[in-house]
Design a protein around this ligand. Structure first.
Ligand code: AMP
Ligand code: MN
Ligand code: MN
Ligand code: MN
Length: 306
């Protein structure tokens, strides 16, 4: 099967059949990698990346499913990092798969996540969630390292908060007791793992970190100095003015523009490929990056490194 060609520039406000940021049961998503790929195919996507938090465990299964379903899968993951006291997420697009320094990096992330869960549990016990670790584990549904969503579900189930949104607003969101960041690597270190391993580093959902425009620019500068080359220009639903402003920050720095829904589970506000329109901009599409340009002509299945 021939894949439709992706354009070389973003020359009109529109959507593309591409979603380079999604989650599966390998981290905090609800669908198995196969179910996710099937849903992407049903929704008409031609190119996708599976970007689970701190792991590439779902990639093999997703690659097989993508071959069957007729779409192109770019191996990836999403790393939690620190920058100036803020928890910044970085997507790693890995055309060559998991290799190089990122192998050790992901082992370190897994360890950090396990240690962090113990600290989060301790803090949540103080606000009324007894046996927090065991309760969060119950909601994880597997033995993967726990994340904040697992604690959010436990807080709701135990009646400490009325719903998921309140769990983040009161205990787990940015700057709250359960937002434990100390275990994550500095952003420059994580970007180094990605780039040294043949990957492309992408700042995830840059408008969701609560940064001012100026601070966001400083983040991009640090990221770029470490070897980072792309930013999610569109992530989920964004205000069009903010998106155009973000595009200008990319153009000023010669950064590539990526796009992703950050899809986690059906029934939420996001669905695969459901992002806002990509604006007309001189920022080059991520698939024009030298490490990824062959994906424009790649056959269905897992992308092979070019
Ligand atoms: P963690 O990877 O353990 O730091 O948890 C981060 C994850 O929690 C994100 O990837 C989302 O899935 C979820 N999350 C973070 N902030 C919020 C929020 N304010 N509301 C709902 N879910 C959130
Ligand atoms: Mn998540
Ligand atoms: Mn994220
Ligand atoms: Mn994500």
């Amino acid at each position: 099967m021939l894949m439709p060609r992706l354009p070389t520039t973003f020359d009109a406000d529109q959507r593309y059949p591409v979603d380079l940021h999604m989650h599966s049961t390998a981290s905090d998503g609800a669908l198995t990698p196969t179910e996710l790929v099937t849903l992407c195919a049903e929704r008409g996507l031609t190119h996708m990346s599976l970007t689970d938090h701190d792991t590439m465990d779902g990639i093999e299964e997703a690659g097989h499913a993508a071959g069957q379903a007729g779409l192109c899968l770019i191996p990836g993951c999403e790393l939690s990092t620190r920058w100036q006291g803020v928890n910044i997420h970085v997507v790693a697009l890995m055309p060559g798969g998991l290799q190089g320094a990122l192998v050790e990096g992901l082992i370190q992330q897994r360890e950090a996540r396990i240690q962090r869960a113990a600290v989060i549990a301790e803090r949540l016990e103080k606000v009324g969630l007894s046996n927090a670790l065991e309760k969060a584990r119950l909601h994880a549904g597997s033995d993967r390292p726990l994340g904040r969503p697992d604690f959010a579900r436990a807080l709701v189930a135990e009646g400490v908060v009325p719903d998921w949104a309140s769990a983040f607003k009161r205990y787990l969101g940015s700057g709250k007791k359960g937002d434990v960041k100390a275990h994550w690597p500095e952003i420059s270190e994580a970007v180094g793992w990605i780039v040294d391993s043949g990957g492309v580093a992408v700042i995830a959902h840059p408008l969701r970190h609560g940064l001012t425009r100026r601070k966001r620019g400083l983040l991009m500068d640090t990221f770029q100095a470490a070897g980072g080359q792309a930013v999610e220009l569109v992530s989920g639903q964004q205000n069009p003015d903010s998106t155009r402003d973000l595009a200008r920050q990319l153009v000023e720095r010669d950064l590539y523009a990526s796009m992703g829904s950050d899809f986690h589970f059906p029934g939420s506000h996001a669905a695969p490929g459901s992002m806002s329109l990509v604006p007309r901009t001189a920022a080059p599409p991520i698939w024009q990056h030298p490490r990824l340009v062959h994906l424009r002509d790649a056959p269905p299945g897992r992308l092979e490194a070019g």
